[in-house]
Design a protein around this ligand. Structure first.
Ligand code: ZN
Length: 133
């Protein structure tokens, strides 16, 4: 088994969740590969560190604070919906966007057209100039 595969199994290996065959392969690999050994040690240290953490009791008003926070969020969502979601309001905003885009292209296209015409004139003038020479 390659290191990448072994590293995928390391956490399950430390938890004793692997089948016997895979467990044996991981164990053999750990015996010869320093890289995977180091990662295995890190996982074990992490696991030990986590088990040493004490349980912390939440403050008595914790749940009330969470509920208040959730209600505030939903109030903000309701306000947001009232402003943007109703079809009557939303559609004109989209329409305004489309109209702005159309106007922009209309504004842009004559200027491009004029530039093209002026370029045509320049080419024509150059063309006639060459003929004159
Ligand atoms: Zn390895």
């Amino acid at each position: 088994m390659k290191c990448k595969k072994i590293k995928d199994y390391l956490f399950e290996y430390t938890e004793g969740l692997l089948d016997d065959k895979t467990k044996k392969e991981v164990k053999e690999h750990l015996g010869v590969c320093k890289n995977c050994q180091a990662e295995y040690k890190a996982i074990q240290e992490y696991k030990t560190g986590m088990s040493r953490l004490k349980e912390v009791e939440a403050p008595s008003n914790f749940l009330n604070k969470v509920h208040t926070r959730i209600q505030q969020d939903s109030l903000m969502k309701r306000i947001y919906k009232k402003i943007f979601v109703p079809f009557k309001l939303k559609f004109p905003l989209e329409l305004a966007g489309v109209a702005a885009a159309v106007l922009f292209f209309i504004w842009l296209s004559p200027s491009l057209h004029k530039k093209n015409k002026s370029m045509e004139i320049v080419f024509k003038l150059k063309g006639t100039g060459e003929r004159a020479e």
